[in-house]
Design a protein around this ligand. Structure first.
Ligand SMILES: O=C1CCCN[C@@H]1CCCn1cnc2ccccc2c1=O
Length: 505
């Protein structure tokens, strides 16, 4: 095994692929666009599931499981917005050697699977609010260039679907979920995100409005959608007839319910890796890392007496069980066919937040040497203080990863008021916050006119790379003050808000 041979700044996608495979997070699979999630990445997903499942259960959401197959009749029920997605739908047309009577779709999302049963199960306003979630996988047969975790033909996610008596109750649900999405990014993945609302062009067409958490990848200067929480209004309840009798009396007209849906996927793992990892390999935030600490015996040579060797190994084993008992996810590397130096590189490649070097000298001082993966800093910690000092060190690593990423995002999110500056800032790997008129055609124009180099030339088209046109990422909830008379960045109409634009994934 050799280390990372590609530089993050020079060949970002090559670097990304290499640290994922060499860091044992993922392996490539023989079906294009599909990847194997190995334990190191699945452990990250499990931590996210644990956190988020506890939150939604505290909010009265019940988990359920619906079939992955959707009949074409049912899928097409939502004709208006499914048509835009139709090319991505995967279909089962045959079983064994016989063709199916009717092709059956594999769920790309579960609205059409779930909502006919919502209509059947929800009769009275006393059944509301009705809240369900699925932890499952969905299939979207995309033809754009696949990227591990970021764009895959099958991915794991959760999809929450709730039903409410009022618009306001549904809105509260949408925003509560959005806050928890931000918390997953900030508190677990150490990734800063901007919360906001999608523009009409970018929102989920089947809904009323879409809220989102938007991330930023410094290496490419691109924004990335982190997760979405939609207010569906009464669009789906009218389509699927999800109604309740009017609480004010049966003589009043029945009420079409107000709904929400929200999803966060394994894309979050790609975002985390792209932001924190470096040229030595993965850097995994401590709260989601499969192992938070790895114990490595050091200072043992062929001259070391058996007694000293045995003492080092037994001390390591005691340490390992003590740390496990205090809730630290710890592993150890006793392989006698690799040198400590080789092991240091190997565990750095895997991104384990803290390495503990244990040798005869350390033990003589009743201490171990802790080495941080984020900064490489070394600090001797007294053996009997490890239980309290190690959790503090792990939190310090989390904080450092978050603050470093936040400074970069803040530094590369620039306020722009002149169109001439807009493209220039994009070309400096920035996302741009600019006054905007809110007109969809203007947004299209911004996308077309921003795929330019500073000299006005188009970029050479690289079919593998995502587009160089700037999309609207969101209308941030935290808005700069919009002074009267402010003009739209592009079309000179009056601006109605500040919108964040950027090249994106
Ligand atoms: O985002 C979410 C959150 C989770 C529940 N679903 C919503 C909206 C999904 C939008 N969508 C996205 N891709 C699709 C692909 C094929 C067919 C339909 C769709 C589709 O409706």
């Amino acid at each position: 095994l050799i280390g990372v041979t590609v530089d993050k700044e020079k060949d970002f996608s090559g670097w990304y692929q290499q640290i994922l495979t060499k860091g044992e997070m993922l392996d490539y699979y023989d079906v294009s666009g599909c990847y194997i999630m190995r334990p190191a990445s699945y452990a990250v997903w499990e931590q996210i599931q644990k956190f988020f499942d506890e939150k939604i259960k505290s909010d009265g959401v019940a988990n359920a499981y619906f079939p992955m197959f959707v009949s074409s009749k049912v899928l097409e029920k939502e004709k208006d917005h499914v048509e835009g997605f139709a090319p991505e739908v995967a279909w089962v047309t045959r079983a064994g050697s016989s063709d199916l009577e009717e092709p059956i779709a594999i769920r790309p999302t579960s609205e059409t699977v779930m909502y006919p049963y919502y209509a059947k199960w929800i009769r009275s306003h006393r059944d509301l609010p009705f809240k369900m979630n699925q932890w499952n996988s969905v299939v979207r047969w995309e033809f754009k260039h696949p990227q591990p975790f970021l764009r895959t033909r099958e991915f794991l996610w959760q999809e929450g679907h709730t039903v409410h008596l009022t618009h306001e109750d549904a809105e509260g649900q949408v925003l509560r979920i959005l806050d928890w999405y931000e918390e997953i990014y900030r508190e677990l993945l150490a990734v800063p995100v901007v919360k906001g609302v999608k523009t009409e062009n970018e929102k989920f067409a089947g809904g009323k409005f879409t809220t989102t958490v938007e991330g930023y990848i410094p290496t490419t200067g691109r924004g990335i959608q982190g997760a979405t929480s939609h207010h569906l209004g009464q669009n789906f309840s009218k389509m699927f007839n999800i109604t309740v009798e009017n609480p004010e009396g049966s003589d009043k007209p029945k009420i079409y319910t107000h709904q929400t849906s929200w999803g966060l996927s394994t894309r979050v793992i790609g975002v985390m890796v792209m932001i924190h990892s470096d040229n030595k390999g993965l850097v995994i935030p401590p709260r989601v890392s499969q192992y938070q600490t790895v114990i490595i015996p050091v200072g043992l040579t062929s001259k070391t007496t058996k007694e000293v060797v045995d003492n080092v190994y037994s001390s390591c084993k005691d340490l390992e069980s003590r740390l496990k008992a205090s809730g630290i996810r710890v592993t150890s590397d006793y392989r006698d066919n690799y040198s400590p130096g080789w092991k240091f590189s190997n565990w750095e490649l895997k991104g384990v937040p803290v390495r503990l070097e244990v040798g005869p000298k350390d033990l003589a001082n009743k201490s171990v040497l802790a080495v941080r993966r984020d900064t490489g800093a070394k600090v001797a910690i007294k053996l009997d203080e490890l239980d309290t000092e190690l959790p503090k060190l792990l939190d310090a690593i989390h904080e450092n990863l978050y603050q470093t990423a936040k400074e970069k995002f803040d530094e590369h999110r620039v306020l722009v008021h002149e169109w001439s500056d807009f493209v220039h800032q994009l070309n400096k790997k920035n996302v741009v916050v600019a006054p905007w008129c809110g007109v969809p055609e203007c947004e299209d124009e911004i996308k077309d006119k921003s795929a330019k180099q500073d000299n006005g030339e188009d970029f050479e088209v690289d079919e593998k790379a995502p587009s160089m046109g700037a999309k609207s990422l969101c209308i941030p909830y935290s808005q700069p003050e919009l002074k009267a008379g402010t003009k739209c960045i592009r079309c000179e109409k009056a601006a109605i808000n500040y919108t964040m634009f950027g090249r994106s994934y």
